[in-house]
Write a protein that binds this ligand. Sequence first.
Ligand SMILES: NC(=O)c1ccc[n+]([C@@H]2O[C@H](COP(=O)([O-])OP(=O)(O)OC[C@H]3O[C@@H](n4cnc5c(N)ncnc54)[C@H](OP(=O)(O)O)[C@@H]3O)[C@@H](O)[C@H]2O)c1
Length: 264
Amino acid sequence: MNDLSQTIHPVRRGKGSQARYAGVMSSESRGRVGLVTGGSRGIGRAVVEELLGAELEVWFCSRSSRSVDEAVASLTSRWGDRVRGRVVDVRDADAVSCFVAEVAATAGGIDCLVNNAGLGRFGSIDQLSREDWDLVLRTNLDGCFNTLRAVAPLMIEQRSGWIFNVASLASKHPFAGGAAYNASKYGLLGLSEAAMLDLRPHGVRVTTILPGSVDTDFRLPGRKATTDWMLRPEDVAQIIADFLRYPARALPSQIEIRPSQTGS
Ligand SMILES: NC(=O)c1ccc[n+]([C@@H]2O[C@H](COP(=O)([O-])OP(=O)(O)OC[C@H]3O[C@@H](n4cnc5c(N)ncnc54)[C@H](OP(=O)(O)O)[C@@H]3O)[C@@H](O)[C@H]2O)c1
């Protein structure tokens, strides 16, 4: 496979495009940079590790300072100072904008965005609370919109970049008790596919990843107690590392991944 550096396009600054990210540089004149939301635990943490292993500088965020600090300490001891964590709630559009601006100003650009932050609240539609509905939709759907909205202009200016949105097989398959989660992930699939079409003409690739059951802290209701049959977080992370080596002409826009066993 090609090295990612061969797939980077030179910067072309369009008229009036310099106002927001004037300091953006081609990745040929700096190291490659990744930004991962929800990178402190689970799938996001595995993605951070994969990107560090691929020699990117990686910035990640999550809500809890404790989990950010723990992840930074552990990742730094293994990978050195190429990783930075910030306490950012993806539901907060202003905080997301500031985070993206900080990464762009410090690192000079963003080559890979992984919209991974997400959670679930479950309950039958006759019992689901307004609070749970809002929490799930604002995190899984609005959160992804907030980062896309902040990063897309930068990647358009770079004329390069790859955005991975972590949806779910629940983006296509509803289940009882899943009203909020299904709605958020169906919506995310639509958002991601539309963004793919919007950004493709600008040299920016968008891929939707739809995992089945992954062994993390996140649990769907009614899931089996054993976890040995499930995907591991690194199985999902490996997709991203593998895709980043694809030639610039190729855009795998949607991928489903499920455990090869159903568990007993
Ligand atoms: N596990 C599965 O079976 C599975 C299957 C399909 C899809 N997914 C999707 O994969 C993604 C990751 O799930 P996971 O299983 O890795 O879950 P997880 O182990 O619970 O990790 C979720 C991560 O997201 C962060 N987070 C949650 N809300 C956030 C917010 N508002 N702003 C910023 N960060 C936030 C969490 O940190 P803080 O708590 O510190 O914020 C944590 O780092 C989710 O989008 C999930 O829907 C999971």
